[in-house]
Design a protein. Sequence first.
Length: 463
Amino acid sequence: MKNTSSSTILDASTIVAIATPVGVGAISIVRLSGELAYNIALKLTHRTSLKPRYAHLCQIYDEHTAIDEAIVLFFPKPHSYTTQDVCEVQCHGGIVSARSILEVCLKLGARLANAGEFTKRAFLGGRLDLAQTHAIAGIIQSQSLEANKILMRQLKGELSEFVQTNREKLLTLLAFSEVNIDYSEEVEQDYITQMQDSLRELESCFKDIYEASMMRLGVIDGYTLSIVGKPNVGKSSLLNALLMYERAIVSDVEGTTRDTIEESLQINGSIVRIVDTAGIRQSADKIEQIGITKTKQALDRSDVIIALFDSSRAFDEKDKEILDLLSTHTDKHILLILTKSDLPLVFERERLSEFQAQNLLQETPLYISTESSGARAVIEVLKNVIDTHSGGDCLILTSQYQLESLKNVLDSITKAYDVLNLGELELFSYHIRDCITALSNITHPYEDSQLLDKLFGTFCLGK
Ligand SMILES: Nc1nc2c(ncn2[C@@H]2O[C@H](COP(=O)(O)OP(=O)(O)OP(=O)(O)O)[C@@H](O)[C@H]2O)c(=O)[nH]1
Ligand SMILES: [Mg+2]
């Protein structure tokens, strides 16, 4: 990749950071990268040379005072993480030793690295493309095995390969259009049809990946699941049963839960944030009203909604309110549950046809009791729901930035398609160029240094 802007040329200044988290641990790592890295390591260790990629057990000095004993490694350029000379000092854990070594490095001419600056250098040095740096950021923050698997595929270059292959296909279309621009009127319909077919094929491939990625966003960030229902229906009881401890207060007083309560659970290797909400009903109580507003906000940010109805009571106005609320969220996965199945059934099951009519019955409703093993049945269904969201072997995009780029690709394809139908090859080329730029942005943006600073600023120090 050519870096056109001078501010994004690989900076030779020497940066240093503590790469391990602050706290008590066996070892801490101080990392250096840049033109002085090797010299600083020699001064720290009082050695005259360090063998590349070799673990040296050394005393670490602040001038003539030994401050720690550590393993020192030297990775000469260009075969290092940043493509520059990199030295790593693996010192004793805790905060004192690493901080003292960092101070000495600063005295010897290094400067503190910004967040993500090591990875930014790896990118600018051509060692990683942008998709791979996103994968690294994701792996550091990921909270589930499933997320790790997806990100590792990106790190190995699968997304980069996808971009490269489809970029080639778009370039072929562009080349054909460019050659024929001057003879637009004479281009045979057969060729136009071929181009339309190729474009449609590309569009469907991008669309599949976009939709699969949107559906599986939760694999990386975790899923949010809200439990809603009228007061007293058993929401908090279900939360407690899912968590297997008494997290929320349960009582037969309506309006017991007034604020949302959030807890996390691992289901099928994914993090699921469960939100128990305040029961929805008309209330003059100011605090209860705030709670109900928070319930509605929780629904907005949920991937899955568990809607509870009391099987031991008749369907009433309060249930109707829940039904109306659900009908504004049909884009989410809604799981209907009839609670208190240990009590005699009063809820009119024929009411369910009303749910069906509003497209709210995505699967057969569960009929459970939290007094017995109801939570287990809910977990089983949730496993399936999560499987459909996270399963599948297709490539997926994991960051908002990648998704926005792919959305721009799709927008440009639609525009290109429209003008191709009119035989406007000049405009077609223009939109295909936009499309290629948007696609390339996923791996090799024609940056904007500010964009890069923004992207790498989300990393941790020392990475
Ligand atoms: N018999 C029976 N009672 C249940 C069951 N689940 C909950 N209850 C009872 O129903 C009452 C209300 O339960 P909660 O879990 O507090 O209900 P909630 O929906 O959180 O209520 P609010 O917080 O007021 O909105 C309590 O007395 C529970 O013991 C069940 O499966 N069977
Ligand atoms: Mg409650």
